[in-house]
Design a protein around this ligand. Structure first.
Ligand SMILES: *Cc1c(COP(=O)(O)O)cnc(C)c1O
Length: 217
């Protein structure tokens, strides 16, 4: 597939879900991809990208930002508190707020820096040991805690377990968001973004379907 095809599929999925065209943001996940592939997508006019590692993003995005105007960068991978300040300088949105300690660090940094990226709270909908994210049972309290810290919580994010039916996880995330008055949902990747849109995704994170397979993860 390519960028154009993905855009068309998103439009179709929006229409099928009865949602306005353009209501879903396509985050092109550029982690591990060679610079030439990223440049090609930038040259096609796309500006919204996702990276899962702070260090890797720091190595390549300041240079791309110098050359291409209007880049919007999303952190979609786990964030260590000792990298949070660096993340503030690099990312417009952080999708992986997943624990009280990180929320408190972000609140302190936003005071110090005078700005804060938009935030998504990551929910570990599959309750997987190895995966980041707040547990579903703790999500409501964590949303409240983030709000009490005056954090700009935009929505919720999840990565469904690889072996399970993603729909169940998309539906669960949508339900948690709704009861907490959150509208934005970061869910859906190359293999399931159309399904995610049917469950209300507002942000889909698509890597390999745009850029081709990654050499590693
Ligand atoms: C790598 C990654 C993606 C993109 O995965 P693809 O299957 O290549 O589309 C989406 N979300 C997160 C959190 C990722 O780490």
């Amino acid at each position: 597939m390519c960028l154009q095809e993905i855009r068309e599929k998103i439009r179709m999925a929006e229409a099928e879900a009865g949602r306005p065209a353009g209501s879903v943001t396509l985050i092109a996940v550029s982690k591990v991809q060679p610079d030439a592939r990223i440049e090609s997508v930038l040259e096609q006019g796309h500006r919204v990208f996702g990276e899962n590692r702070v260090q890797e993003a720091a190595g390549k995005w300041p240079g791309f930002r110098d050359r291409f105007e209007g880049v919007e960068l999303h952190l979609i991978g786990p964030l260590q508190t000792n990298k949070a300040r660096q993340a503030f300088g690099l990312f417009d949105t952080i999708h992986s707020v997943d624990r009280p300690k990180l929320a408190k660090t972000i609140a302190r940094l936003s005071q110090e820096e005078g700005h804060c990226p938009s935030l998504f709270i990551q929910v570990n909908t599959g309750e997987e040991e190895q995966k980041a994210g707040i547990l579903p049972a703790d999500a409501d309290a964590f949303v409240a805690q983030c709000r009490a810290l005056e954090l700009p919580v935009q929505g919720l994010m999840c990565i469904p377990p690889a072996q399970e039916e993603a729909s169940l996880h998309f539906a669960l995330l949508a339900k948690i968001a709704e009861r907490n008055g959150l509208t934005d949902l970061s869910m859906g990747m190359s293999g399931d973004f159309e399904k995610a849109i049917s469950f209300g995704a507002t942000h889909v994170r698509i890597g390999s379907a745009i850029f081709g397979a990654r050499a590693h993860d």
